[in-house]
Every structure is written in structure tokens, then in C-alpha cells.
Design a protein around this ligand. Structure first.
Ligand SMILES: [Zn+2]
Ligand SMILES: [Zn+2]
Length: 353
């Protein structure tokens, strides 16, 4: 008599079979339930359990190119790769001038690169436009030719591809009330909703640079990954490339979280028409996980003012521009925070009940 152990979906009290009405009855809240329905309800709930995400271990070739050198910032520790002919005279991250040059060793060669599309002159013009009319800025930037210091940096990114197979159940309620004579009646119907389906994710970006502020980098998204090409050293010409300091392994939890959040959101959108919906159990299995290492173009200017570092950054592909000014913090931080990262591609979502 396993049905005796069912719990009331309404109040979690223990249900007992009432032979008079032929239903399971809750002694606490007086709800009644069909025993067959409860049995099914339990079966669905038993099935769910998530497995560990199935990601490849990232392997890549080392970057061995006699024409490449490495610049090391003495102040913040940034390690930047560039052609030997590209001299870094200051650090694009902390604005420090204490840069050491050395030989490249042990760096991973990127798989993909999105080449710069916005030219330096265009980036400088945008920055000038951004600064103009802002009262505090002329002395800070324009007088010292600071805008000349704008640097093209390829920021390292891990791109995650995978399939997410999800089984999600929700408890839902519909409530109906009516009046009859001196009584008000409330009828609550309980639903166990089950959604199962697959979503394909492509190129979910996770920033591989500790020095590049995540909020800034996410505000610069999206990039158009269709324009990503196989990496070749030639794309570096005139630009700097940051060496990743967050490896693929440590970026996995962030990718997992982004995939999980997006999957849950997409599935929840399919449950509508109820007064209350509460997720009950979620099982998301990630399979076919592939990781690639890519460089994304960013124009950057970092500058110190009143003991604080201010960053201006521009998406080197789309021209999207973000920045924070000493006089209008609120406004620009609001802008940065208001943008949430968007998945590059969300595949077909199939849902069946
Ligand atoms: Zn109850
Ligand atoms: Zn630095």
C-alpha cells in the first residue's frame, strides 16, 4: 500500500485514502486527490537527476612564432603578446609605463580570432565625441593627448558549445473562487507540469582575462561570431593580445551557470496560464561540450584620476562603446549594468508534455 505515503501537494500533510469518496484526502487542508494521478505525479518526480556536465578537456598547440614578443606589466602583471615590431609603451589595463619586453614562452595559440573592423582613427573620433561637452574632461584627456593612448587589444575568450537536455517539473496552481449564499468557496487545482527538451548552445563566451573587468566585457557584447576566422599571427599586426590568465578549466563553472540559467528561462516561458508556478525539480544534462580559445577585438583606454582607474572600451567589431566618467558615474554605470549578456545562438527548443 505505497499510496499511503503520499504527501499533499497543497500543504505537504500526509494523505489518507478515504474509502467513502474513493479519493486521497488531506486531513489538514481537506483537499482531495485521485490516487492514480498521485501515482503518476510521484513517478515523474523520481526520474529527475542531473549528471555532471560533459566538457572536453581543452588542448591546444603552443604559440611558437619567432616574430612574437611578450610585454610584461611590472605594475599589474598583465602579460601581453604582440609582434616584435609593436612596442607597448604603457599597459592598456592599468596605464602603467613600466613595461618589460621578453620572449614568448608557453602561451597557447588561439583557435579563432574576430579581426578588428573599427579602425583606430574611428575609435579615437568616437572617444572625442564621447568626451566633448563634458565639463571635467577637457583638462584630463584632450590637453594631454590622452586619446592617442587608445590601444587595440585582443581579449582572450573561451567559447563553449554544447547540447543541453533538460527535464524540468513545476508545481502549478489554478484558483477559482465563487460565492453561494453566505459562503465563499475556493477551489484550488494542482498541476504537476513536466517539460522536457533539448537546446543547442553555440559559442557561449567566457572572458579569460582577469584584468578585463567582466561587467565591461559583458557590456561590450554581443560579438558577431559568424565573422570569427582561424587564427593567424598576421591579425595581430599593430595590436596587442592579452594572454589568458583564467584557463578553460576554471571557466567551465561560469559557462555551466550561463547555460543553466538560459535553459531554465526558456523552459519557464512555456509554462503559462497558472496563478502560481514553482519549479520543483530541474535536471539539465550537458553533452557534446566543446571548448575553443578565441581573441576578441577591443579598443581600450585606461586612465587614473583621483586614485581611481577609468576605463573606456569599444567593441572593435561593432563599435559599441562604453565608458565611465568621473563626473557622471551613475549614468554610465547604469548603462553598463543594464545590459545583460545575450547568447550568441539559441538553437531550436522542442517541448513536449
Ligand atoms: Zn493538505
Ligand atoms: Zn598593467
Amino acid at each position: 500500500m505505497d499510496i499511503l505515503s503520499y504527501k499533499c501537494p497543497n500543504c505537504s500533510g500526509t494523505l489518507k485514502f478515504d474509502s467513502q469518496i474513493g479519493q486521497m484526502l488531506c486531513e489538514y487542508c481537506d483537499s482531495t486527490f485521485d490516487p492514480e494521478v498521485l501515482k503518476k505525479y510521484d513517478e515523474v518526480l523520481q526520474e529527475e537527476a542531473s549528471k555532471d556536465p560533459d566538457w572536453d578537456t581543452y588542448e591546444s598547440d603552443e604559440w611558437q612564432d619567432p616574430n612574437l614578443g611578450v610585454h610584461l606589466c611590472n605594475s599589474c602583471g598583465a602579460e601581453i603578446v604582440a609582434e616584435e615590431t609593436t612596442a607597448a609603451t604603457f599597459c592598456p589595463y592599468c596605464d602603467s609605463a613600466t613595461i618589460l619586453s621578453g620572449r614568448l614562452s608557453g602561451a597557447l595559440k588561439p583557435d579563432l580570432v574576430i579581426p578588428f573592423k573599427i579602425e583606430k582613427e574611428q575609435a579615437k573620433a568616437e572617444l572625442k565625441k564621447f568626451c566633448s561637452g563634458k565639463r571635467l574632461l577637457p583638462s584630463l584627456f584632450l590637453a594631454n593627448n590622452r586619446i592617442e593612448k587608445i590601444t587595440g587589444v585582443y581579449v582572450p575568450f573561451w567559447l563553449f558549445d554544447c547540447e543541453a537536455e533538460a527535464n524540468i517539473t513545476y508545481d502549478a496552481k489554478k484558483v477559482r473562487t465563487w460565492k453561494q449564499g453566505n459562503y465563499r468557496y475556493t477551489e484550488t487545482s494542482h498541476f504537476l507540469i513536466h517539460r522536457a527538451g533539448k537546446i543547442g548552445f553555440e559559442r557561449i563566451p567566457v572572458d579569460g582575462s582577469e584584468k578585463m573587468d567582466d561587467a565591461y566585457m559583458e557590456a561590450l557584447e554581443p560579438y558577431n561570431y559568424e565573422e570569427a576566422v582561424d587564427f593567424a599571427t598576421a591579425y595581430l599586426s599593430g595590436y596587442l593580445a592579452d594572454k589568458y590568465d583564467v584557463d578553460a578549466e576554471s571557466s567551465k563553472p561560469r559557462a555551466n551557470q550561463r547555460i543553466k540559467d538560459s535553459t531554465e528561462k526558456k523552459f519557464a516561458e512555456t509554462v503559462s496560464g497558472y496563478a502560481v508556478v514553482t519549479p520543483r525539480s530541474t535536471a539539465i544534462d550537458l553533452t557534446d561540450g566543446k571548448i575553443r580559445y578565441a581573441l576578441l577585438p577591443v579598443w581600450m583606454l585606461n586612465t587614473k584620476f583621483g586614485g581611481k582607474t577609468y576605463t573606456f572600451a569599444m567593441n572593435g567589431q561593432t563599435g559599441k562603446f562604453i565608458g565611465e566618467l568621473p563626473i557622471s558615474k551613475g549614468k554610465y554605470w547604469g548603462y553598463v549594468a543594464g545590459i545583460t549578456a545575450v547568447l550568441s545562438t539559441v538553437g531550436l527548443l522542442t517541448v513536449f508534455l
